[in-house]
Design a protein around this ligand. Structure first.
Ligand SMILES: C[S@@+](CC[C@H](N)C(=O)[O-])C[C@H]1O[C@@H](n2cnc3c(N)ncnc32)[C@H](O)[C@@H]1O
Length: 251
């Protein structure tokens, strides 16, 4: 009975999301899922994770702040201005960190609860909608029209949140969404040889490079030193994994 009720609740949430997505003008009009795993396997899991009570700041994947590696790139002014996207943005720390008067940042998360939490966080931190917004959006359904493409995309623990069977779809959509000459910045985590299941699903520098090489030039690919990693993401504990950085320019 409980399982049945939970499934009905889950279905209602999915229907609600589809309605929101259908009404948005920044989405593709056709159904996204050329690979059925994208929609059928992934979404319910994330609805469950964000369900009542949510993910508290600093708990599970929520680190409570942007990564030191992203902050360093922002401080050294190496991130393109223009339109930026943070897919699977969670509470939206990276949106606040990236948003400026010269850079509009769109956060996309599939779960309404995550989007609500992120909007509270952005409001509390005085991020105006002109500079940063979070919307209920499925990364795989974002519009790839030329006017909707991005100068910069930041992926942090989004790739590892997806089932490995849809990694090629992730790479293809990244290629569709970044403008020629624009940048895809990946913080690659967890680099881990112990982890056999997920999420998070283990990733490696080489796999990310191979996924992206058709559409992107690689300008940086390396492991991150401890001081540029979030706590417990520097590889000191092999069960948790290490972090790397990959910066790719769209051909
Ligand atoms: C591991 S969490 C990472 C959140 C955030 N990047 C951070 O570092 O705190 C992955 C997030 O991706 C979202 N997500 C999963 N599939 C998605 C999809 N297809 N489109 C947009 N967001 C998605 C989940 O709801 C979840 O908030």
């Amino acid at each position: 009975m409980y399982v049945q009720r939970r499934n009905i609740a889950r279905l209602s949430l999915v229907v609600a999301t589809v309605t929101v997505l259908t009404n948005s003008n920044i989405l593709k009009t056709e159904a996204s899922a050329t690979n059925p795993n994208i929609n059928l396997q992934q979404h319910p899991r994330w609805f469950d994770r964000w369900a009542t009570g949510g993910i508290k700041p600093g708990v599970a994947w929520d680190m409570g702040s942007p990564s030191p590696a992203l902050q360093k790139a922002i401080d050294s002014n190496t991130i393109p201005d223009g339109r930026a996207l943070v897919p699977g943005c969670g509470r939206g720390y990276d949106i606040k960190a990236l948003a400026t008067s010269r850079r509009y940042v769109l956060g996309a998360d599939i779960v309404p609860k995550a989007v609500d939490e992120a909007n509270v966080y952005l409001k509390e931190n005085n991020v105006s909608p002109q500079q940063g917004e979070v919307k209920v959006l499925d990364f795989f359904q974002l519009s790839t029209e030329p006017k909707d493409k991005f100068d910069f995309i930041y992926d942090y623990t989004f790739l590892c949140a997806l089932d490995p069977s849809i990694r090629d779809d992730w790479a293809k959509q990244m290629g569709n969404l970044v403008k020629p000459g624009g940048e895809l910045f990946c913080l690659i985590f967890p680099i881990n040889t112990v982890l056999k299941t997920g999420p998070p699903f283990a990733v490696s520098l080489e796999e990310v490079k191979n996924l992206l090489e058709k559409e992107f030039e690689c300008k940086q690919l390396e492991m991150l030193p401890k001081e540029l990693c979030h706590k417990d993401r520097d590889g000191a504990n092999p069960n948790l994994g290490a972090s790397g950085i990959g910066r790719f320019v769209k051909k």
